[in-house]
Design a protein around this ligand. Structure first.
Ligand code: PLP
Length: 363
């Protein structure tokens, strides 16, 4: 059962990364761990475009997404919603017992800066969440335009999820004034799942210290106190931290600008193939993600049959649509370690599999 993932997470992990994980364990309070942890910081800060520490949480991204709500919201949070993950964040805010407002857009529409300004102008909010790259519908919002609006409201702290866009496009945390920047391991970074990386501004850390009911596991103040010793609050997933170290070496060797260029180029290759077949992008024009593509199934292809052929004959898997978009869209990742050669192979396989796939039955 070996096949390659082109779904937008988890994505394919390189042999080098897998090998990096297979190293002997070290104590998480040992000098070896401290050296490992501290060696990662400069490169992580470069990738986050920040002077603030970058914390490592042994959890999937949802851990720190929920943690951000628990640490920062005192009065009310505004959750920008334009896809499955951002919709869920609103639900999570409420489950944390917080007052939450919903700024809703259709799936595939970006976060609207003007609508955001109007809602924040009500003065109810002290925090806002948004997802830079809504993986569920392949929609990438204009983070610079959105952050420009949020900066007009200094009392509003920004929590930005970049799980599927981090290191695929530049996201300049300090310059944009992002208070909490979150990513995860299994998407844009092409590591196995289980690690979330996040960076918190000084003022957000200060606010967290005044918020009650932060809990323990995702307490920002605990992360900072342990960071100062070169450690994490509890025993971290050390194999993934070895993998992260290996990945940061890869990124440095490639050069970050080359990495951004590669994502853009490979994303366009997949797009051009699909446009050539007659498919269209699902998200609003100009807001298509560049780490994955979400296509509307305008040719009414039987996506389950297509994926079955791709898996059995070509040993690869794409995604047949998230949640309510199942069957209506399909998504193809170009995150992580993909190259011109692997995308060329993918396109060849797609061509061949599509030619033998029937139309979906009329529904
Ligand atoms: C996958 C994803 C998440 C959730 O990540 P988990 O690792 O499953 O917690 C959150 N946000 C975005 C944008 C994602 O793509």
């Amino acid at each position: 059962m070996s096949y390659k993932l082109f779904i937008p997470g988890p994505i394919a992990v390189s042999e080098k990364t897998l090998r990096a994980m297979a190293q002997p364990m070290i104590g998480h309070r040992s000098t070896d761990f401290v050296a490992l942890y501290q060696s990662l910081q400069p490169e992580l800060q470069t990738l986050f475009y920040t002077q603030d520490p970058v914390y490592l949480s042994t959890s999937s991204a949802w851990g720190t997404m929920e943690g951000s709500i628990r640490n920062l919201v005192k009065r009310k949070v505004l959750n920008c919603m334009n896809g499955a993950f951002s919709d869920k964040w609103f639900d999570v805010s409420q489950r944390c017992g917080k007052q939450a407002g919903a700024l809703k857009a259709e799936w595939g529409q970006p976060v609207d800066p003007d609508a955001l300004r109007k809602e924040l102008s009500t003065g109810q909010y002290d925090a806002v969440t948004l997802i830079h790259n809504e993986t569920s519908c392949g929609c990438m919002s204009d983070i610079a335009a959105v952050m420009k609006v949020i900066r007009e409201f200094p009392e509003v702290y920004s929590i930005v999820d970049t799980v599927s866009s981090f290191s695929a496009v530049p996201i300049k945390k300090d310059e944009l004034g992002i208070d909490v920047l979150i990513t995860g391991s299994q998407k844009a970074l092409a590591l196995p799942p289980g690690l979330s990386l996040f960076s918190v501004s000084k003022r957000a850390l200060e606010r967290a210290a005044t918020v009650t009911d932060r809990g323990y596991y995702f307490d920002f103040v605990e992360f900072q106190a342990n960071h100062e010793k070169g450690m994490t609050p509890s025993t971290p997933v050390i194999p993934l931290i070895y993998a992260l170290k290996s990945k940061l070496e890869d990124i440095k060797a490639e050069g970050i600008q080359n990495r951004y260029d590669r994502h853009l180029r490979l994303n366009k290759k997949v797009r051009d193939w699909a446009f050539g077949k007659g498919f269209k992008l699902f998200p609003k024009e100009g807001y298509g993600s560049i780490s994955l593509n979400c296509f509307a199934n305008t040719l009414n292809v039987d996506l389950a049959a297509l994926n079955k052929t791709l898996k059995s004959k070509h040993k690869l898997v794409i995604d047949g649509g998230y949640g309510k978009l199942k069957g209506k869209t399909f998504r193809i990742s170009n995150m992580g370690d993909e190259t011109d050669a692997t995308i060329a192979d993918l396109i060849k396989a797609l061509d061949s599999a599509l030619a033998e796939t029937p139309k979906a039955a009329a529904s």
